[in-house]
Design a protein around this ligand. Structure first.
Ligand SMILES: *[C@@H]1O[C@H](CO)[C@@H](O)[C@H](O)[C@H]1NC(C)=O
Ligand SMILES: *[C@@H]1O[C@H](CO)[C@@H](O)[C@H](O)[C@H]1NC(C)=O
Ligand SMILES: *[C@@H]1O[C@H](CO)[C@@H](O)[C@H](O)[C@H]1NC(C)=O
Ligand SMILES: *[C@@H]1O[C@H](CO)[C@@H](O)[C@H](O)[C@H]1NC(C)=O
Length: 236
């Protein structure tokens, strides 16, 4: 409903609309909802992470998903990192975190994760090939965020992480934020303790997720010419 007038405008003019250039409060309204990249198998909310027992339900393909209310966010990520020096050493990372966020006047966004986030790393070439660790980040900066309206697929969220690198674009899968309860969902041991001691080590299952899941190409795909142009014009 929110997007109807804007969509009409875009269909008429084929000009990308950049919501982050709107006044902050208006811009924030456009962010509220659930966003997911690629084949949209990775989604925030129940079904991805079980914080109480620090487990994950592995989606069939990789991707990222973010949800926002006016105050809170939640994110789900599942990706593979390849290793240039050894192509057989592909590391799988699946992670979940939530907390509060703010939009900054310089067009950036800062996330303030609760301490209950966690991630699972599968690295077939490491001494310990599969472990779960707390996500010990207190602040996550995205130097730029922007929403473009794709004439076919609707609103599309672009986030550039702290180093400027773009994340896979995410489509809006719902105008409702799909989230677990917006409060710490598990007790985390003293964050000041040696991080090694807080890492649960698990053995690698040979038939584990790494070997059997396909890598979603969308994660490495560049953004389209239209959007690159829009980013360039944003970069003042
Ligand atoms: C963790 O909890 C979820 C939800 O209660 C359950 O479905 C799942 O089997 C549990 N996983 C493990 C590894 O205990
Ligand atoms: C790549 O693999 C080699 C050994 O196979 C390892 O020493 C190195 O740390 C890996 N690099 C990354 C970025 O994982
Ligand atoms: C933009 O603002 C945020 C929050 O104040 C700050 O952390 C970040 O460094 C700023 N970025 C630039 C490029 O000034
Ligand atoms: C954390 O621990 C406290 C005290 O033991 C307990 O009351 C609370 O329910 C726990 N919170 C969660 C999210 O498990």
């Amino acid at each position: 409903m929110l997007f109807t007038p804007v969509l009409g405008l875009v269909l008429a003019s084929f000009t990308p609309v950049v919501y982050s250039q709107l006044p902050l409060e208006q811009a924030q309204q456009t962010l509220i909802g659930t966003w997911s990249s690629g084949s949209k198998h990775v989604l925030t909310g129940p079904g991805f992470a079980n914080p109480a027992n620090q487990s994950f339900n592995y989606p069939p393909t990789t991707g990222i998903s973010y949800s926002f209310t006016d105050t809170f966010y939640e994110l789900s990520r599942y990706r593979f990192n390849s290793n240039g020096s050894d192509p057989t050493c592909i590391t799988g990372v699946i992670g979940w975190s939530h907390g509060k966020y703010q939009l900054n006047t310089n067009g950036s966004m800062t996330l303030f994760p609760f301490p209950d986030g966690y991630q699972q790393i599968q690295d077939p070439c490491a001494a310990v090939s599969n472990f779960i660790e707390d996500y010990r980040i207190t602040e996550e900066l995205y130097v730029q965020w922007a929403i473009f309206v794709d004439p076919t697929f609707g609103p599309k969220l672009h986030l550039n992480q702290f180093d400027g690198a773009p994340l896979a674009p995410m489509f809006q899968v719902s105008s409702q934020p799909n989230m677990l309860p917006t409060q710490p969902l598990r007790n985390v041991s003293d964050p000041n303790a040696d991080s090694e001691s807080n890492v649960q080590r698990r053995g690698l299952s040979k038939s584990g997720a790494l070997s059997s899941r396909r890598v979603d190409n969308v994660m490495t795909m560049g953004v389209s010419g239209l959007i690159v142009a829009a980013f360039a014009s944003l970069a003042l």
